[in-house]
Write a protein that binds this ligand. Structure first.
Ligand SMILES: Cc1ncc(COP(=O)(O)O)c(C=O)c1O
Length: 399
């Protein structure tokens, strides 16, 4: 008999974040409940969100109607919610605006970064291992701005930087392998060569400390439907470091980022501050669902979340090691904590089929083409018993 189920129970009992699980709509931590390890793709539903959304729809929209732009704070929601996200990514208020998708914000951030760089700098570097959308958009941004695009791995960035580099677009955590890149060191290297650093935080915000202000990141983007639990298609966010805001020249200067949006002027004059990152009318229902979802972070420290995330992924790997025959899977997530995000990616040739069987047995992770099993560990609601049970069922399905 393995000692791991008992150990998992003890770890759950000692876990200070364990009570947060009750803030979400999930099964109990008992053995019969399903195990949700896909919060790195779509975060779970915080329990209070449906009632808040119902109020937004019934009262704010249904009764107050147009008055809600003022009276329910709809107009200022993008900046207000940006300020709620700010402490989770180490940013002071006034630098984050919420709206549009991550893809759209990558476009705004990268084109604006290139426009801020010296005119003679004619090359953009993009993370060769990036989530594909960033690469597609970087290619278009390069064409639009008349720069060339070069794809290099994050490890190759320091050697690739030079007097030609205008901007560098990097992923903080690799969506496939779960590798955490060295944001402080890479940002410093980009700055040392006089270029701007743009970071995609989709797989790190809400899972580990980011330290945007501390490390002098220039621009950053991220989604809110993964570790921030904002819901399917929840709007993304854009961070523009305060000192750069006056120089932020948006490639999508819509009326919502105008200094006087209701002046209806035929000519554009950008607003000051984070508002400059807005485009058109905000997606109010999604935005306010996200605002409600962010309440689960009240009183939660990102450092505590990070500590639990590492303990969970360490424990899961230990369980996989014990329950799976040697050599059946290869872990592609780095072992050192300094290089690990909040997911474990295991390679095996029949990963697609294995994941289907896991999901049928209530263990929900996901499959990434061609051979990766991905398990996301969201410390707000994943327990050590979840990790043990998932690894045990995985071992059975791999046998
Ligand atoms: C790293 C990364 N960037 C961008 C995206 C896509 O963002 P969106 O669909 O919000 O444009 C994802 C989606 O999973 C992602 O993981």
């Amino acid at each position: 008999m393995s000692e791991l189920p008992l150990l998992a129970k003890e770890l759950d009992q000692a876990d200070e974040l364990a009570p947060l699980r009750d803030r979400f709509v999930l099964g109990t931590a008992s053995d019969d409940a399903g195990v949700y390890l896909d919060g790195n793709s779509l975060g779970a539903l915080p329990a209070h969100v449906p009632d808040r959304v119902a109020d937004v729809v019934r009262r704010q929209w249904g009764e107050l109607r147009i008055r809600s732009w003022e009276e329910s704070g709809w107009w200022t929601a993008p900046e207000r919610i940006g300020d709620r996200i700010a402490p989770l990514v180490g940013a002071a208020p006034g630098q984050i605006v919420v709206g549009d998708s991550t893809s759209v914000n990558v476009f705004k951030a990268l084109v604006a970064a290139v426009r801020m760089a010296d005119a003679g700098r004619d090359e953009i570097l993009v993370d060769a291992t990036t989530f594909p959308t960033d690469g597609y958009i970087a290619e278009s941004a390069a064409r639009l701005t008349g720069r060339t695009l070069r794809a290099v791995t994050p490890a190759e960035v320091p050697a690739a930087l030079g007097h030609r580099t205008a901007a560098v677009l990097l992923n903080h955590v690799d969506y496939r392998t779960g590798r955490l890149h060295d944001l402080p060191a890479l940002t410093a290297a980009v700055h040392a060569c006089g270029a701007l650093a743009v970071w995609d935080l989709c797989h790190s915000a809400g899972a580990l400390p980011v330290g945007l202000d501390e490390h002098g990141v220039d621009l950053a983007v991220g989604c809110t439907y993964k570790y921030l639990n904002g819901g399917p298609g929840a709007p993304a966010y854009l961070y523009v470091r305060r000192e750069l805001q006056d120089r932020f020249d948006s490639p999508l200067p819509g009326w919502n980022s105008h200094a006087e949006p209701f002046g209806m002027s035929p000519s554009y004059a950008p607003a000051a501050g984070a508002v400059r990152g807005r485009v058109g009318t905000p997606d109010i229902l999604s935005l306010l669902a996200l605002e409600a979802a962010l309440d689960v972070w009240d009183g939660v420290s990102v450092d505590a979340v990070r500590a639990k995330s590492l303990a969970l992924t360490d424990f899961f790997l230990r369980c996989v090691d014990e329950y799976t025959e040697p050599g059946r899977v290869e872990c592609v997530t780095p072992g050192p904590h300094t290089e690990r995000g909040s997911q474990i990616a295991l390679r095996c040739p029949d990963a697609g089929e294995v994941m289907k069987r896991l999901i049928a047995r209530g263990v929900v992770g996901d499959f990434r083409h061609p051979d990766i099993l991905r398990f996301g560990f969201t410390p707000l609601y994943v327990s050590f018993r979840d990790a043990e049970r998932a690894a045990r069922i995985l071992g059975e399905e791999l046998a």
